[in-house]
Design a protein around this ligand. Structure first.
Ligand code: NAI
Length: 327
């Protein structure tokens, strides 16, 4: 069976190669799946992909025409897949529903603490022999109100970690009501999150309902100087509106691991190029903005889990067993 894996960096290849059946004819490609690279998938019964691969109707149709039967996402989010089209083409789609909620939750805390205590500035200052504390003033997390949007695996962990800091945890999740009470979180409306939170952290999926959740009308309802953290998906935020709020100081801190146009930037080395995305470049000019390149998930444990679940998904397909992680 031929399996082509796109967007495979050396660390992905190593993890997949370690667990894939040696009888499989596996091809690992560093490039993303798009119309330029799709030719490599010709005759591949299984194609595996990651978060920024192109999976619209045109690409899916070409895959199906080329003989692909199973599309194995090596990620949890599937907002980039035209599922209705895949279904109509008879293409099964499976995913890795959770690889390490701990990895993402811990990175989220890392962004909050680094922004609050300006650790990224301290790193540079101290190396230059500048031990001045001017501009480094932080605040106690203890006693602060944290608004978590999306109380799934990651959001709940973030809440529990911050509860240990002595924070008050507000949660907004229209589909998850039971768990929050038992964990000691307060289940509230979005308006309460905006009004009362000192820190807002996004952990809901990207859907039609959540796209552009953070934009001018919601930002204006937030506390002046709020900290906003997004490790969910870039399109949850309108970046131009957030930039305007950073300029007016309505947003006091911004931590991003995802960005709406990250597909053109993230996971690649562009250090020798001129980056043409002016919105992204403007973000980087603020001293109170910290951006990481979709690395929240990136731990040894998560990579192993992604590889093992992808292998199990493919094995289930091969054995005609039920596809437990089917979308
Ligand atoms: P999950 O499915 O366990 O939890 C998502 C929660 O969001 C659910 O409880 C759901 O009810 C809730 N939700 C759905 N619609 C909502 C809405 N309109 N408002 C508020 N809540 C809503 O997912 P998990 O594992 O916690 O992941 C959350 C998100 O984190 C993923 O959808 C993905 O976009 C992102 N993610 C980011 C990674 C990174 O490396 N930066 C890695 C893995 C996931």
């Amino acid at each position: 069976m031929k399996i082509v894996s796109y967007s495979c960096k050396p660390y992905d290849k190593q993890a997949l190669n370690h667990v894939f059946d040696s009888a499989w004819q596996s091809l690992y490609l560093d490039v993303p799946l798009n119309l330029d690279s799709i030719g490599c998938a010709l005759g591949a019964e299984v194609v595996t992909v990651f978060v920024n691969d192109r999976l619209d109707a045109e690409v899916l149709t070409r895959l199906a025409d080329g003989g692909t039967k199973l599309l194995a996402l090596r990620c949890a989010g599937f907002n980039h897949v035209d599922l209705a089209c895949a279904k109509s083409l008879g293409l099964s789609v499976v995913r890795v529903p959770d690889y390490s909620p701990y990895a993402v939750a811990e990175h989220t805390l890392g962004l909050m603490l680094a922004l609050n205590r300006k650790l990224y500035r301290a790193y540079n200052r101290v190396r230059e022999g500048n031990f001045s504390l001017n501009g480094m003033l932080g605040f106690d997390m203890h006693g602060k109100t944290i608004g978590i949007i999306g109380a799934g695996r990651i959001g709940r962990l973030v809440g529990l970690m911050l509860k240990a800091f002595g924070c008050r945890i507000l949660v907004h999740d229209p589909y998850e009501t039971q768990v929050c009470q038992t964990l000691g979180f307060e289940q509230v409306a979005l308006e309460t999150i905006w009004r009362e939170s000192d820190v807002i952290s996004l952990h809901c999926p990207l859907t039609d309902e959540t796209r552009g959740l953070i934009q001018a009308q919601s930002i204006v309802q937030m506390k002046k100087g709020v900290m906003l953290i997004n490790t969910g998906r870039g399109d949850l935020i309108s970046t131009p509106d957030v930039i305007a709020a950073l300029k007016s100081k309505q947003i006091g801190y911004l931590g991003l691991d995802v960005y709406e146009k990250e597909g053109a930037l993230f996971f690649e080395d562009h250090s020798d190029e001129i980056i043409l995305d002016d919105v992204f470049e403007r973000l980087l000019t603020f001293p109170n903005v910290l951006v990481t390149g979709h690395q929240a998930y990136f731990t040894q444990e998560a990579l192993s889990h992604i590889a093992e679940t992808t292998r199990d998904n493919i094995l289930a397909y091969q054995k005609k067993a039920p596809l437990l992680n089917r979308l």
